[in-house]
Design a protein around this ligand. Structure first.
Ligand code: F6P
Length: 371
């Protein structure tokens, strides 16, 4: 979306939602590319908290970014600006004078803060929640560019998201390590990975790390089929089985496993690995252990692949502003980046197509999806 906006002089960047390896690389690319154009770049602390809860930050919720603030951070996990996946500005939890808590839309305050600080544009780096916030801010007149982020790789309209490759590499290494201990003890090892709506991490690491069973949200499983597979392996003398489970996997006619509901944010998933392991040991009698990789998947140093795409997306966000674009998400469309209108990118998940060639490959290799 190009229009006749005045040239950009001051830009703020915010990182929101769950962190992902590569966020710091985006920040560095935005800061260096912006400074190169003579612009001022500011970082908002902890999503939008730096603007909405300034009293929390003795050094200020809005930080002037310099070359020094981004030196040596490309290879670091996390985000130097901090992030938050609670208190979405559209449903901010506010304590009322009567002691009750209410959800309040504070997006107008963000727009006012931009006016107050004379900041011309916002670059927001985040997942589906951040895209929805960006859309509202854009409708309220803010010039916004979004950069997609999630280790789950479930955002549509971009070929891949940064952080995903790092998560898959880590989960694959975990399977490699568990292979030898599972084989030595003749056990079933169940590995639970993140992936609330889409099973990309479980699928790609499960195939790469030679899992025998992969359970993903897109293919509801039947525990009897999982046990059949374990028995088949026992019958052929394999004695051990590796089961990869996405946190959002669910049994046929069953539900996802939720550990916590909290107002104003997505419910917290967890427990499916334990559930599957319990059923396997009860029904098959096999000694079974569970490993939940959880937030280990979000930590650590981004792979070279993730660093490169994060740097490309950050630099492309600045180029978009230079070209007077607004209301777009920078997306990967190999071998190029492209700009997708934010409303088109919102609320569209990228699920694993159940007939994709990776699923077919897995089936050809004898991997069971419990279906
Ligand atoms: O980044 C997405 C994600 O990794 C989901 O797969 C997971 O359910 C969620 O984040 C957990 O986030 P947190 O524990 O930080 O609230």
């Amino acid at each position: 979306m190009t229009n006749t906006l005045s040239p950009v002089k001051r830009v703020a960047i915010s990182t929101g939602g769950g962190d992902a390896p590569g966020l710091n690389a985006v920040i560095r690319a935005v800061v260096l590319s912006g400074l190169k154009r003579g612009w001022e770049i500011y970082g908002i602390r902890d999503g939008f908290h730096g603007l909405l809860l300034p009293e929390r930050y003795p050094d200020g919720g809005l930080i002037r970014m310099t070359r020094d603030t981004v030196r040596g951070i490309t290879h670091l996990g996390g985000t130097i600006l901090g992030t938050s996946n609670r208190n979405n500005p559209m449903q901010f939890l506010v304590k009322m004078p009567d002691g009750t808590t209410q959800e309040v839309d504070r997006t107008d305050e963000i727009v006012r803060a931009f006016g107050l600080h004379e900041i011309d544009a916002l670059i927001t780096v985040g997942g589906d929640g951040s895209l929805a916030i960006a859309n509202v801010l854009m409708q309220k007149g803010l010039r916004v560019i979004s950069v997609p982020k999630t280790i789950d790789n479930d955002l549509d309209k971009t070929d891949v998201t940064f952080g995903f490759d790092t998560a898959v590499a880590f989960a694959t290494e975990a399977l490699d390590r568990l292979h030898t201990t599972a084989a030595s003890h003749g056990r079933v090892m169940v590995v639970e990975v993140m992936g609330r709506y889409a099973g990309w991490i479980a699928l790609n690491s499960g195939v790469s790390g030679s899992a025998d069973v992969i359970l993903i949200p897109e293919i509801p499983y039947d525990i009897n089929k999982v046990i059949e597979k374990i028995k088949q392996r026992d019958d052929t003398g394999a004695r051990f089985t590796l089961v990869m489970v996405a946190e959002g996997a669910k049994p046929k006619d069953g539900h996802i496993s939720v550990v916590e509901h909290e107002s104003g944010r997505a419910e917290r998933l967890g427990g499916i690995g334990e559930k599957v392991a319990h059923e396997i040991s009860s029904f098959s009698g096999k000694e079974t252990r569970v490993v939940v990789l959880g937030h280990l998947l979000r930590g650590g140093s981004p792979t070279a692949f993730d660093r490169l795409i994060a740097l490309r997306l950050g630099a492309a966000a600045i180029r978009a502003l230079e070209e007077n674009q607004s209301g777009v998400m920078v997306a990967l469309d190999p071998p190029q980046v492209k700009y997708v209108p934010i409303p088109e990118a919102i609320g569209k998940m990228k699920f694993v197509p159940v007939d994709c060639d990776t699923v077919q490959t897995a089936r050809d290799l004898g991997i069971s999806f419990g279906d």
